[in-house]
Design a protein around this ligand. Structure first.
Ligand code: CU
Length: 379
């Protein structure tokens, strides 16, 4: 049971221990990792002879199994995304949207690789789809981020490969051209990839940063149209709301701003979990609008707000800014148990539109950090 719980959080104890062990095992590995960063281009034959690994995708907020410190040299990481156009409920009032998804979730699954690895992505658009789709990786270099190489009609699949040259967290999204780009992105067709430095994360001053759990929060703005009575419209098929979307999106006023596809996807029974003393990595992506994450009752211990692991993290932040079209990352070591809200700290967007998550944290209360001197009492 323990294994299951820990593995669903994307970072097994085993992986952490092996990562730590790798650091402890010596400078040889660290040197090798550093020297391989931004390695020289390989020939097609050399790439063909690299080790290949299949990454099993998991639905957010979880991350696929991964090592924090790379072992060995660059690999070819095989990823398969199947596009799914599906009707989703996005709030407590049963408002519907025909979501456009990678692998059936909003956001799409997180991919995790190390710098200088190759990602070989198979994109599948089933014959049952109504629309053509593709994928643009902000982590990649060349031809519309892969968009030109992956544009596929229903009933087609394409495979493309790119090298992860820049370490950081990056958005990917569908970009099939013209107004279809915001239409697809605002119907859920986006996600993120984490490209870890081969030697793992660090504070920029030589100290390693490791995490016990990792979560992927994908913030999504929707623009659902209303009828003349003020009720949200419903549609029979994907794509049918296109004309209405053009009007609602042009207002730049989302009907919903949510984490992980729907109001409440990460709150209540779906709350993220942690224990006092654990360090949690949160990757937060917003493919379309600016956002400003804040952990109520905690802080960003280390924050890469712009998502680049080439930069040193900022420390001890209250709120940080992630521009639309980017992912950011932060780590926090929980010091107190209890209930925390993790929000977009435009509080109208958090509370009235839906951009809020919860953390439920187990452990012992620290009276030194906070205590109640007098409970609410009549004056
Ligand atoms: Cu698409």
């Amino acid at each position: 049971m323990t294994d299951v719980i820990e593995e669903t959080h994307g970072v097994s104890r085993r992986a952490i221990l092996s990562g730590t062990a790798a650091i402890g095992a010596g400078i040889v590995l660290a040197d090798m990792a550093t020297s391989q960063a931004n390695a020289a281009p390989l020939t097609q034959d050399e790439i063909a002879s690299l080790p290949r690994v299949k990454q099993e995708m998991v639905a957010p907020p979880f991350l696929p199994q991964h090592d924090q410190v790379a072992t060995g040299g660059p690999k070819v990481v095989e990823v398969r995304f199947e596009i799914e156009e599906k009707l989703m409920i996005i709030d407590d009032d049963d408002t519907e949207i025909w979501a456009l998804t990678f692998n059936g979730s909003v956001p799409g699954p997180m991919i995790v690789v190390h710098q200088d690895d190759y990602i070989e992505l198979t994109l599948v658009n089933p014959a049952s789809s109504a629309l053509e789709h593709n994928i643009d990786f902000h982590a990649s270099t060349g031809a519309m981020g892969g968009g030109e190489l992956t544009l596929i009609s229903p009933g087609e699949e394409a495979i493309f490969r790119f090298r992860a040259t820049k370490p950081g967290v990056f958005v990917y999204h569908c970009a099939p051209g013209g107004v279809m780009i915001p239409y697809h992105v605002c119907h859920g067709m986006n996600g993120a990839i984490m490209v870890l430095p081969r030697e793992g994360l660090s504070d920029g001053e030589g100290k390693a940063i490791t995490y016990d759990r990792a979560y992927f929060v994908g913030e999504q703005d929707y623009y659902v149209a209303k009828d003349e009575d003020g009720d949200y419209l419903r549609y029979d098929t994907a794509g049918e709301d296109f004309a209405d979307f053009l009007e609602t999106a042009a207002t730049l006023t989302p009907s919903h701003i949510v984490f992980n596809g729907a109001v409440g996807a990460l709150t209540g029974d779906n709350a993220l979990t942690a224990k006092v003393g654990e360090t949690v990595l949160v990757i937060h992506a917003q493919a379309n609008r600016d956002t400003r994450p804040h952990l109520i009752g905690g802080h960003g211990d280390h924050v890469w707000a712009d998502g680049s692991f080439s930069s040193s993290p900022q420390v001890g932040l209250e709120t940080w800014f992630i521009p639309g079209g980017a992912a950011g990352a932060m780590t926090y070591t929980f010091r107190q148990p209890g209930f925390y809200a993790y929000v977009n700290h435009n509080l109208i967007e958090a509370i009235m539109k839906g951009a809020a998550a919860h953390f439920q944290v187990e452990g012992e209360w620290n009276d030194d950090l906070m205590t109640q001197i007098k409970p609410p009492t009549a004056i």
